[in-house]
Design a protein around this ligand. Structure first.
Ligand code: K7E
Ligand code: CUA
Length: 765
């Protein structure tokens, strides 16, 4: 390893002296026609490749946040390249990010318990990005969990989950997360009916005791947190509420939630009764719930609520008296409900109906104002006749589910589950424009910002339920398939298939990449799970081990390529907290912190502080080490946790080592360091001889290199001091440490130089 570094440094020196920046690879002589022939590609394929291929270092125009289905995570990828960039853990532990392993994220998962029960997974369905005036703003992301009624709040400053709230009254949900146009509320509607508050009632009392509900979670933008104390719900009939969407523009202040199984069937196939699927699809229509949330907010603030599990619920009789909820028939087993960019139209697909049904908000308002109702449902909620609310119904194909809006006026895309197609149609005129087949069985689809007030068009992604024969077989459980479709022309064109091997994604949301402004590094000593300062953060030089009875706190730093401290001695049975701060400032210099046997792994991005807490109940000597290959001496980034058996008495405190060093060793290392410094000086001259200050990336690299050189100077002082005292052992080792810092500085300098070369830096006087 040491030799390799020497060679690399020598090479750096060579490049600097010769001024070489580029090498040309003249080996690849195959031309495009030959590649097409060899790989059996058509012109169409080449076109698709050219539209999606992103050269090394290139960026995507859009970023997609996809539900990770049963993984309880969020999948982040780029469009058009379809390169996966990150999995964000939300409801489930994920060791790479340390989520569910550090104490800070364990606290989030602790708050995600349902009635005291730990839920080890999540069924994520619908992500939603915060909106300002109905426009996606890229600050926060919400995602729901269908299995347990929960919503996670993810910061898009660092792509980390910072909060999970548990719905106090529902036993399952589906119609979350959807945001109101200024993210005042995050909407969460129930799915399967239950006794509100998760209580018991016999199924024989289903009609009387079971209920649906919709919750409006208050979002505090400043704090980046849902405020449960300012949130409220509406009691709804036990129709299985499904998806929701918030009104905007003309319909701002309203929200829409559809439902299936308005038959209120309770199943019982084992009793000889027809199963749910028969009992829930008998009637020709279900109900779209039209809710005046702005008015409901006033009713809640006026205290006209019933507290269930300490949560305010507007009961149905109040909702009826105050005119908060209206029902409209919608076609058999509806699924998606999607509001148009101007807020006037609400499009619903009926899974067992062939139509896309376009409701008009102004017609709905006219009916409400005129008090024109077709009757009431069994619970007394007013029903608006479908013909009084419909703008147009368009035959689209079999199994219409979800709809996304295009940048072209009046154009939408609807998924056809049974037909395995996407249909583009005009919802103003009510005509079909184009269809494309997908493989196979599309669920949701996502167009770029296709749910906001300002859809971007260009691309559509079909989120398919089956992959069948699209990929190399990997056993009976197939990956999911996201298919990228070009929608910029009049004909939709399939561009790319992306396998997703993590869970079944339901919905995804896409935002222009330029709207996202994620951090490069944390402010020093950040608790990333709260976004605030970590009280246990220490700077280099402040590291220490504190003992309070049997509770040991290790305040530690991590920097290429060591932890401080490196040897931690505790007694069997002690509780040990490692509070580790990554003291790097350099971009992407993440360290890990794992302790063998004790189920510990932290992810420490530059500036972050995280805590690993263990009960050292097993005596022994356990290595801790860095789990990210952070530097040439990454493998050496290690230490010992010494857990002394109860009653153990140490014979000698002296550490016995393998190698001893002489003055000759010291002199040799000293000379190497002087030679290395000459190389570093030439790199520094190269950088400072160019306009490096025009490149913020290079400025931060230079700052990091200067830090390393300061550390080098400190180590050099210690080496010379111990040499003066004739302690050749420590003098040699300190000289070696001095060299380590030099190597890091040179490594950073080389990166800076490469960056300058690639970005056209110019020589300055
Ligand atoms: Cu799978 Cu939106 Cu939960 Cu439709 S949902 S597909
Ligand atoms: Cu730090 Cu590897």
């Amino acid at each position: 390893m040491t030799n390799n570094i020497r060679k690399r440094l020598a090479a750096t020196a060579g490049v600097v002296t010769l001024g070489l920046g580029l090498t040309v690879n003249a080996v690849s002589a195959e031309n495009l026609d030959e590649v097409m022939a060899r790989r059996g590609l058509s012109q169409q394929d080449l076109l698709a490749a050219a539209k999606t291929y992103t050269p090394s270092g290139g960026r995507d125009e859009f970023i997609v946040f996809s539900s990770g289905g049963q993984s309880g995570q969020v999948i982040v990828y780029g469009v058009p390249s379809m390169r996966i960039l990150k999995y964000v853990s939300a409801f489930t532990p994920e060791p790479w990010q340390g989520f569910g392993f550090d104490e800070e994220s364990k606290a989030i998962l602790e708050s995600a318990k349902v009635d005291g029960r730990e839920i080890q997974w999540g069924d994520t369905h619908h992500p939603a990005i915060t909106e300002t005036d109905g426009d996606l703003d890229g600050e926060w992301l919400f995602i729901n969990d269908k299995s347990a009624p929960r919503i996670a709040v993810i910061s898009l400053h660092d792509f980390e989950t910072q909060q999970i709230v548990v719905n106090p009254i529902m036993q399952s949900e589906h119609g979350g997360a959807f945001v109101t146009p200024n993210s005042e509320y995050v909407i969460e509607a129930a799915q399967y009916p239950g006794v509100l508050g998760r209580g018991f009632a016999p199924l024989s009392e289903f009609n009387e005791k079971f209920r649906g509900a919709v919750t409006y979670w208050k979002f505090d933008r400043e704090a980046g947190r849902i405020q449960p104390g300012q949130s409220f719900s509406l009691e709804l009939p036990p129709y299985s509420q499904d998806l929701s969407d918030a009104g905007k523009g003309v319909s701002e202040g309203w929200s829409f939630t559809n439902s299936f199984c308005a038959e209120r069937y309770v199943g019982g196939i084992e009793l000889g009764r027809p199963p749910f699927e028969a009992g829930c699809s008998q009637a020709d229509t279900d109900f779209l719930h039209v809710i005046n949330w702005r008015k409901a907010e006033e009713v809640y603030k006026a205290g006209k609520v019933t507290m269930i599990n300490d949560h305010p619920v507007i009961m149905m009789d109040t909702a009826i008296a105050e005119g908060l909820v209206y029902l409209i028939a919608e076609p058999k087993s509806p699924h998606g409900v999607d509001v148009s960019p101007n807020g006037e139209y609400i499009i619903v697909g009926g899974k067992l109906d062939t139509h896309g049904s376009v409701y008009s908000f102004s017609k709905i308002q006219a009916a409400i104002e005129a008090g024109k109702f077709a009757g009431t449902d069994p619970y007394g909620l007013p029903i608006i006749a479908m013909e009084d609310a419909i703008h147009v119904q368009v035959p689209l194909g079999l199994g219409p589910l979800h709809t996304q809006y295009d940048s072209r006026e009046c154009n939408v895309f609807t998924s056809l589950y049974v037909d395995s197609q996407v249909v583009r149609w005009d919802y103003c005129e009510g005509k079909v424009l184009d269809k494309i087949s997908i493989h196979y069985n599309i669920g949701h689809l996502v167009a770029m910002e296709g749910e906001g007030v300002n859809p971007k068009g260009k691309y559509l992604i079909s989120l398919n339920k089956l992959a069948i024969d699209r990929f190399n077989p990997v056993g009976p459980l197939h990956p999911q398939n996201h298919q990228l479709i070009d929608i910029s022309g009049d004909k939709m064109e399939l561009l790319y298939d992306m396998p997703i091997p993590l869970g079944e994604p339901h919905y995804a949301t896409a935002i222009a990449a330029e709207k996202l402004k994620p951090l490069v590094r944390y402010r020093y000593g950040t608790n990333s799970r709260t976004g605030g300062k970590h009280e246990g953060a220490v700077r280099p030089g402040q590291e220490r081990i504190e003992r309070d009875g049997t509770h040991v706190k290790v305040y530690m730093t991590a920097i290429r390529s060591h932890f401080t401290p490196e040897i931690v001695e505790v007694n069997e049975g002690d509780t040990v907290e490692f509070i580790v701060t990554n003291s790097e400032r350099a971009e992407d210099e993440t360290h890990g912190f794992a302790v063998s046997t004790y189920n510990v792994n932290l992810s420490l991005e530059p500036g972050k502080t995280a805590t690993a807490k263990i009960v050292a109940d097993q005596a022994g000597v356990f290595s801790f080490y860095c789990t990210e290959f952070c530097s040439a001496l990454h493998l050496e980034m290690t230490g010992f946790l010494v857990v002394k058996p109860e009653g153990y008495q140490e014979a000698s405190a002296e550490i016995s080592e393998g190698t001893s060093y002489t003055q000759a060793d010291y002199d040799k290392q000293y000379q190497t360091n002087l030679d290395t410094q000459a190389v570093i000086d030439s790199v520094v001259a190269y950088i400072t001889g160019r306009n490096f200050k025009d490149f913020p990336e290079v400025v931060s690299l230079v700052e990091d290199a200067v830090d390393q050189l300061n550390f080098a100077a400190e180590a050099r002082a210690k080496a010379e001091e111990t040499a003066q005292a004739g302690d050749w052992q420590n003098a040699t080792l300190w000289a070696g440490q001095w060299w380590q810092y030099q190597v890091k500085a040179a490594d950073i300098g080389l990166r800076a130089k490469t960056f300058l070369d690639e970005h056209g830096a110019v020589v300055v006087e």
